[in-house]
Write a protein that binds this ligand. Structure first.
Ligand code: CTP
Length: 445
């Protein structure tokens, strides 16, 4: 078929040299074993789109585990195999991984030839997949290296920028594909094809998403909220009526949409700081989405998503603390707009980064955003140079005063009362000599 063109040139041009060599190596081992080997799925989709993706998935017509073991033996890799699914992961010495799947489980008598039955088994394998754009396969075997197999019009849909299912029962068979459709559409700047959109709507009407387990639902949500620009996907989820499957009260009201969009800006700001600590973007968006949920509703949403109790209890209490803090800040600002650094520190320390960024996004006041910004970029790193041993060396006998003096020293550091180690030491000596240090500690709160 003319649709099955060769993209060997593209493989050579668009991939780093070692990735290209790796594909040839996979093909060579396939040749030696008489097995047809294909690169498949997202890797091929992105290659044709010119999007960087070195996440190579391989499908073998035959025993994929056997192929993985043979490849690993020749290239010094390790293999982790899953017999039940006939899949294996090849792990390279540098930690890089390749997923290997099998189109069928049995051996055929003459592995050297490629009878039609084998090709139709690749087709059968591809037919089980989610969208046409994910059904493209590139042969890696020497003689046919780079031959593109396109059974379901994937190339045309890539060209027309469409996300399209292969058959009408796709979403009923696997309701998580509803989320995947949105994720691909938004990430690639595609459109979900009209008929596919209708199938999503009828799947939603049939409540098929109630059949999806909490962990799988959470996983789909996390993947969407981890995308580079998830706001479009969130709007789309709301448009299809997917949010109530997480919690009946979850809706994208205009004020929530504002918080969600603000989250994007806050995260962009945070990334510009190039801080070393990773921030779980999806958690910030999740908090933003749940902005108007009551504490109980938020708890229920976590339960629906099978968030482990240990984690949801923590998130829950942090969220309560954070929202309480925001109220306290508003009240405090009404009294007096002058705020000391040590107060900011007091408000925010103990809250995870994600919660702080959420607070910055949901706060209506510019000041609050500035406080979060000061805390995140500067104040949370402030430390005293003296520790407990340092205080003991200055003559403080073991007592509860250690804590109060340490707190007082940190306040002095934060508010610029002491600006170097020497001044800190002098203040420490003063506090140790003074009556208990209890009086000075009061200024902290
Ligand atoms: N797949 C599917 N149905 C699902 C999940 C996955 O049919 N519910 C298929 C898709 O065809 C996909 C392949 O399995 O191409 C691999 O899945 P995954 O790694 O999630 O897809 P990628 O396309 O690689 O997505 P991403 O770019 O986000 O990694």
């Amino acid at each position: 078929s003319p649709k099955n063109r060769s993209i060997a040139g593209l493989l050579g041009k668009r991939l780093p040299t070692d990735a290209g060599k790796l594909l040839h190596d996979l093909g060579t081992v396939g040749d030696e074993l008489g097995l047809a080997v294909y690169a498949i799925g997202g890797f091929v989709r992105d290659l044709l789109l010119g999007v960087a993706n070195l996440d190579i998935d391989v499908t073998v017509e035959g025993d994929g585990i056997f192929f993985a073991e043979q490849f690993a033996a020749r290239h010094g890799c390790r293999v982790r195999s899953h017999r039940t699914f006939s899949t294996a992961v090849v792990i390279f010495p540098d930690g890089a991984k390749i997923d290997v799947a099998s189109t069928r489980l049995e051996y055929y008598e003459s592995p050297g030839v490629l009878p039609t039955v084998e090709r139709s088994s690749l087709r059968h394998d591809l037919y089980r997949r989610d969208f046409t754009i994910n059904t493209l396969a590139v042969c890696l075997n020497g003689p046919s290296f780079g031959r593109l197999t396109d059974y379901f019009g994937g190339q045309q849909d890539l060209q027309e920028r469409l996300v399209r299912v292969l058959h009408n029962l796709s979403f009923v068979e696997d309701p998580t594909r509803v989320f995947r459709a949105i994720r691909f559409e938004q990430r690639l700047g595609f459109h979900i094809a009209p008929h596919t959109e209708n199938l999503i709507r009828s799947a939603v009407r049939m409540n098929v998403l109630n059949r999806v387990g909490g962990l799988r639902l959470l996983n789909e949500l996390i993947q969407i909220l981890r995308e580079k620009e998830p706001v479009g996907a969130i709007v789309r989820m709301a448009g299809f009526g997917l949010l109530p499957f997480v919690h009946p009260s979850l809706k994208l009201l205009p004020e929530i949409r504002r918080v969600v969009e603000e989250t994007g800006r806050v995260l962009a700001w945070f990334r510009l700081l190039y801080l070393p600590d990773a921030c779980e973007q999806w958690q910030v968006y999740f908090l933003a989405l749940g902005d108007r949920l009551t504490n109980d509703e938020f708890h229920d949403a976590c339960r629906r998503l099978a968030v482990p109790g240990r984690i949801s209890t923590k998130v829950f209490s942090h969220r309560r603390q954070a929202l309480g803090t925001l109220d306290a800040i508003q009240r405090r600002l009404r009294r007096n707009p002058e705020v000391r650094n040590s107060e900011i520190y007091d408000w925010f320390h103990g809250l995870p980064l994600e919660m702080l960024l959420y607070l910055a996004a949901r706060a209506n006041r510019e000041e609050v955003r500035r406080f979060v910004s000061q805390y995140v970029s500067r104040l949370r790193q402030v430390r005293c140079s003296l520790d407990g041993d340092g205080l003991a060396a200055l003559g403080l006998a073991p007592s509860p005063r250690f804590r109060t003096i340490m707190d007082r020293l940190l306040v002095a550091r934060l508010d610029g009362e002491v600006v170097n180690d020497e001044q800190e030491r002098a203040l420490a000596l003063l506090l140790i000599a003074s009556d208990g240090g209890a009086g000075v500690a009061k200024t902290h709160h």
